[in-house]
Design a protein around this ligand. Structure first.
Ligand SMILES: [Zn+2]
Length: 378
């Protein structure tokens, strides 16, 4: 290793290659180059012996990995393992970084073997489990991902969304694709047992719909927006399916009206408008969209209303025109004219010095959407 490392720092061709590789590496910035240089110098100065040198060589390998030179990182970390002067801690660190190199190279089976071993070492157990969790998610090995998450739970070192219920939902969807409702149900029970999970609730409603248990599906769907409004579009899409064979869509209109009032969305009104038009005709659909726009104006809603009244007879369309101008002015004037690129301050007039962050010339005009090139519409 000593020979190989000296070659790297002394051979001008290798150094040149290193430099040009570095320049090519995507996202590699000046400060990283600086770090590589200083690590390189530090490693050379310490004459490749002692603790400081080992730490520097581990760090240099990491920098190789970060700059995309994974082969070099593997070589360096692997050669360190053959060094008998390494302390137990340094050996453990080198093994861990070698595992990270394998991860970066996409050699997941080799990385898995390393982290499986390291998870038995209390000093790096959590970090090893975190890497194993990434491997299992990548390989869609959900059962092992669940085991890792369980083991990581007490430490709280779990990324947002990496929940056991998500993994059960993945298996549930696989079972549904494989047309195995018994297995799907088993995973659904497990996913729901993990606490509030909107995805599990949506899947549960979807399964009820496929079994034509529409009332059950609606009972599942109705509380979702109160708990988590991010998936209102998905909730409405499933609700619409529940009313496909039902002429009385009052319950649907009520539920969606409430959702729109609580969490205004431009998307859900046009979704339901189509259903209202199909069941109750164009006049009812126009009234429904007009009512929703009065509560919460939106560009998508305005577009939907224009499409509907374009199909109405002239006499019936006229009363809507007054509303259209009112709604469009609300949309235009609620939009701020200027926004600070530094702090996000918005206002209706131009300030040369931002009142929020006091930067000069930081405000720029924020225009309403303008189509700059001719686009095909669908
Ligand atoms: Zn500002």
């Amino acid at each position: 290793m000593v020979g190989r490392f000296s070659l790297l720092s002394e051979n001008p061709h290798r150094t040149d290659a290193l430099r040009s590789d570095r320049a090519r590496a995507k996202g590699l910035n000046y400060s990283l180059n600086e770090k590589v240089q200083s690590t390189l110098e530090l490693a050379t100065e310490t004459n490749d012996t002692g603790k400081k040198s080992t730490e520097s060589r581990i760090a240099l390998g990491n920098l190789f990995r970060c700059s995309g030179e994974v082969g070099r990182a593997i070589d360096l970390h692997q050669s360190l393992l053959g060094d008998p002067s390494l302390s137990e801690e340094q050996h453990g660190k080198s093994v861990f970084e070698l595992g990270m190199d394998f991860m970066r190279a996409g050699l997941f089976d080799r990385a898995e073997a390393i982290f499986m071993d390291l998870k038995n070492d209390p000093s790096c157990r959590d970090s090893a489990l975190q890497q194993l969790l990434q491997i299992y998610q990548h390989e869609k090995d959900w059962l092992n991902a669940i085991d890792c998450t369980e083991a990581l739970k007490p430490s709280g070192k779990i990324r947002r969304g990496e929940t056991i219920s998500q993994f059960y939902c993945e298996m549930l969807q696989e079972a549904l694709t494989a047309n195995n409702p018994v297995l799907a149900n088993r995973f659904l029970v497990k996913a729901l047992g993990e606490g509030s999970c909107p995805r599990a609730a949506l899947l549960s409603a979807q399964m009820a719909i496929s079994e034509q248990r529409y009332q059950d599906a609606l009972n599942i769907l109705r509380p979702i927006p109160t708990e988590d409004s991010r998936y209102n579009t998905q909730v409405v899409e499933l609700m619409i399916e529940c009313f496909e064979d039902n002429e009385n869509i009052l319950e649907l209109i009520d539920a969606v009206g409430q959702m729109h009032a609580d969490h205004p969305s431009g998307e859900i009104i046009p979704l339901v408008s189509g259903m209202v038009r199909k069941k109750q005709g164009i006049v009812a659909a126009s009234r429904f969209v007009q009512g929703s726009l009065r509560v919460r104006p939106s560009l998508r809603g305005l577009h939907e209303l224009l499409v509907l009244i374009a199909d109405l007879p002239e006499k019936e369309a006229k009363p809507y025109l007054h509303d259209l101008s009112g709604i469009s002015s609300q949309l235009v004037f609620c939009h701020p004219s200027y926004k600070c690129v530094q702090c996000g301050f918005t206002g209706s007039e131009l300030h040369w010095r931002c009142p929020g962050c006091h930067h000069w010339e930081a405000l720029s005009a924020c225009e309403l959407p303008v189509v700059h090139s001719k686009q095909t519409t669908h």
